[in-house]
Design a protein around this ligand. Structure first.
Ligand SMILES: NC(=O)c1ccc[n+]([C@@H]2O[C@H](COP(=O)([O-])OP(=O)(O)OC[C@H]3O[C@@H](n4cnc5c(N)ncnc54)[C@H](OP(=O)(O)O)[C@@H]3O)[C@@H](O)[C@H]2O)c1
Length: 337
């Protein structure tokens, strides 16, 4: 079987290679999945560059890839034979950019027939991040307000769909003026463009001068710092990404300067949020239950992953470029067969 492999960290175009590897065999409680599609997320490229969470940097050589959909083509002695042929998504089984992946059987979650391969391939990380941050961590209810940055991101668009279904309202930040109308159309109540230097004042006005009660940010840098500075009394900001630091090599660019007096006087909270830490605190059965319920919402058309574009694995470099291209309109998916 073949796999995309990195032997060293570096620029994806230079260090990702398509290698022949021995066919893996599942252990007693495992299944082997013949991969169909796996997405290229910004975090996958971060891992390749060696700049992701140390506890999630794989020991090299390794295959990148953090989720995907495939078909079970072999099972271990302790797993029912009837599972062969089942279409599954993988619950936190890293290394999905390969033709065959070995997974614990309880982390291979069956996909309802109504869900397309494209949607299934992206059912875990971004939908669960959006759901867990808004409904579990922030516990948003009807009429509450949420401020979010990078509203045009995949996570941001899931948040907008959840907001519509659950009745909470959103103030959205985008970096390109063209996105303002689009995010409004998707249900964003207020949309501000950070290219307009007066956006911090506009944000203050949008919160009625009372500050931000609940926010999520994946840009960090000046954007995240501005959100932190505008937190209301006991307000809470979850920082779940640092897009402004991507592709940077200057460590100063990774910083998010927090204005201490504002934080102290408001007793506000700025907290990191990481799906893998969050999932790690759940039982596998609970993670599986949540993933099944997200798949059900997708099957019912109540949650719609973004448009996707397939790239044959031979064109992986094009998929990497697309994943980081400003204004990309489709999630790049690597196709393995
Ligand atoms: N902590 C976690 O557990 C977790 C889980 C899932 C995702 N994430 C993070 O969430 C972020 C979004 O992921 P995704 O898959 O949804 O991304 P995506 O679909 O590729 O979208 C990226 C979005 O971010 C915007 N963006 C990129 N660089 C930016 C910058 N420097 N300043 C402002 N906006 C910028 C892009 O705007 P344009 O449209 O203008 O290009 C685009 O809307 C990533 O940082 C990812 O690592 C974190």
């Amino acid at each position: 079987m073949k796999a995309l492999v990195i032997e060293h960290n570096g620029e994806p175009s230079a260090v990702v290679h398509w290698r022949d590897l021995p066919e893996p065999m599942p252990g007693p409680t495992e299944v082997r999945v013949r991969m169909l599609l796996a997405p290229v997320h910004p975090s996958d490229l971060h891992i390749i560059r060696g700049r992701f969470a140390p506890q999630r940097q794989p020991k090299l050589p390794a295959s990148p890839g953090s989720e995907g959909v495939g078909i079970i083509d072999a099972v271990g002695s302790g797993v029912p034979r009837a599972r062969v042929g089942e279409r599954v998504v993988l619950l936190d089984v890293p290394g999905t950019w390969r033709e065959q992946v070995i997974s614990p059987a309880d982390r291979a979650i069956a996909v309802p027939a109504a869900v397309s391969d494209e949607d299934a391939a992206q059912a875990l990380i971004n939908p669960m991040t959006a759901w867990a941050m808004t409904m579990v961590e922030h516990q948003l209810g009807r009429g509450d307000w949420l401020v979010q940055s990078a509203a045009g991101s995949t996570v941001g668009r899931f948040v907008l769909q959840i907001a519509k279904a659950q009745g909470f309202r959103t103030i959205n930040l985008v970096r390109r003026e063209e996105q303002v109308a689009e995010i409004r159309e998707l249900g964003g109540d207020i949309v501000l463009c950070t290219a307009d230097e007066s956006w911090p004042e506009q944000l203050k006005k949008a919160t009625g001068g009372n500050g931000i009660v609940r926010a999520i940010d994946c840009v960090a840098g000046r954007t995240g710092a501005t959100l932190a500075r505008q937190l209301a009394q006991n307000g809470r900001l979850l920082v779940y990404g640092a897009l402004s630091s991507h592709r940077q090599s200057d460590p100063a660019a990774f910083e998010m300067p927090v204005f201490a007096p504002a934080l102290v006087y408001s007793s506000a909270e700025v907290r990191g949020w990481f799906i893998y830490s969050w999932l790690g605190r759940q039982e596998v059965s609970e993670g599986g239950r949540m993933l099944r319920s997200l798949l059900d919402l997708i099957a019912e058309g109540r949650l719609k992953p973004p448009a996707a574009r397939r790239y044959h694995v031979d064109d992986a470099l094009e998929a990497f470029t697309a994943a980081e291209h400003a204004g990309h309109d489709a999630k790049p998916l690597l196709a393995f067969s």
